[in-house]
Design a protein around this ligand. Structure first.
Ligand code: NAD
Length: 318
């Protein structure tokens, strides 16, 4: 039945991705292990195709300026690509590159047959329009899944290259056998790269098939707990630490925390936390993703998966 597609394509269900912790009711979803499994599968598939005589896939990163966070994201992604057997190259341009020069570079990479996937690291300097740039990346090489044609594809029920973080959440649900079919999902956050793709996939016919309630910055604070408490799945991407607490969760619900926030603990040390009160919610939820170690590791894994998809599509046309 087409409507069960999302959850039936995964032949292996890895129960070991749900970890029991002493004193906790909820199982902890091990995103690190799920990400590692995806990366291993990508590597194995590449090895097989390369052994069969194909050239290795190539992923090109374009980075503009010297933003430290962008440098670290790109170097992490390129290291993961190399480990998966993907040839990587990083093109670095000065902060003062013009939009036209950047578009010309993307055009060259679009035409380059040796380049299978391309990623322009965001954010870009303020004089460059990000939408124009992401839409200039050819949809077949758009491993970030940000091109409007790829957004149109999943919005109309024909997903191709999905944005990596939403794809990572879907993969977590699949691998843990959490079927959203006919269930109620509350998506808290509706950003164009995370909340919107996810809520679209989760309610789509043949994908998530859930009833989806969307909460966002203009949802009255007194309505937010009413919506979250009705849901079998609460998925949160707001960037607000502790927004979702134990009293807002239906007992037995699955909670996916996408937020990544840096806060100072009582000793002044920087700590990474999500948008949910992990300790409190762990006492009522059926399962929850930790931060770090939940959704985060899935983003890079799904980027590699997208590169594999783009490369295989190209091979199939040769
Ligand atoms: P964003 O700022 O673009 O969007 C935030 C969303 O939260 C908006 O849709 C807004 O309407 C909603 N929101 C704000 N206040 C709210 C409130 N009080 N109640 C309900 N909704 C509210 O952020 P983003 O890019 O979607 O990122 C969200 C979080 O996810 C951030 O913490 C970011 O660091 C994290 N993130 C994680 C990964 C990962 O790999 N895990 C990847 C990207 C982003």
């Amino acid at each position: 039945m087409a409507a069960r597609r999302l959850f039936s394509t995964c032949s292996l269900v890895f129960r070991e991705f749900l970890v029991s912790k002493p004193g906790m009711f909820a199982k902890v979803i091990d995103g690190k292990a799920i990400g590692a499994a995806v990366r291993r599968e990508v590597r194995e598939e590449i090895q097989q195709l390369v052994s069969a005589g194909h050239r290795a896939p190539c992923l090109t990163f374009v980075r503009v300026g010297q933003d430290e966070a962008s440098k670290s994201y790109v170097s992490g992604k390129s290291k993961a690509a190399r480990e998966a057997g993907i040839k990587d190259q990083t093109i670095v341009k000065d902060e003062d590159i013009t939009q036209e020069e950047l578009l010309a570079l993307i055009d060259n990479l679009n035409k380059d047959d040796e380049v299978d996937g391309m990623l322009v690291q965001l954010p870009l300097p303020p004089h460059i329009d990000e939408k124009t740039i992401v839409n200039a990346v050819h949809p077949s090489k758009d491993v970030d899944g940000f091109n409007v044609l790829n957004i149109g594809r999943f919005s109309s029920g024909s997903p191709y290259l999905l944005p990596a973080t939403p794809a990572g959440v879907i993969e977590i649900l699949k691998r843990c056998n959490f079927d959203t079919f006919g269930r109620h999902v509350c998506m808290v956050g509706r950003s164009k790269n995370i909340g919107f793709p996810l809520l679209t996939l989760l309610h789509s016919d043949g994908t998530g098939d859930a009833t989806v309630t969307i909460c966002h910055r203009y949802t009255p604070p007194e309505h937010l707990p009413i919506c979250t408490k009705m849901a079998d799945f609460v998925i949160v991407a707001t960037g607000i630490p502790n927004l979702i607490t134990k009293d807002m969760i239906k007992p037995g619900a699955v909670v996916i925390d996408i937020g990544i926030n840096r806060i100072k603990d009582k000793d002044g040390k920087t700590q990474l936390v999500g948008d949910c009160d992990f300790e409190g919610i762990s006492q009522v939820a059926r399962a929850i993703t930790p931060v770090p170690g939940g959704v985060g590791p899935m983003t890079v894994a799904m980027l590699l998966q997208n590169t594999l998809t783009a490369w295989k599509k190209k091979l199939s046309k040769q």
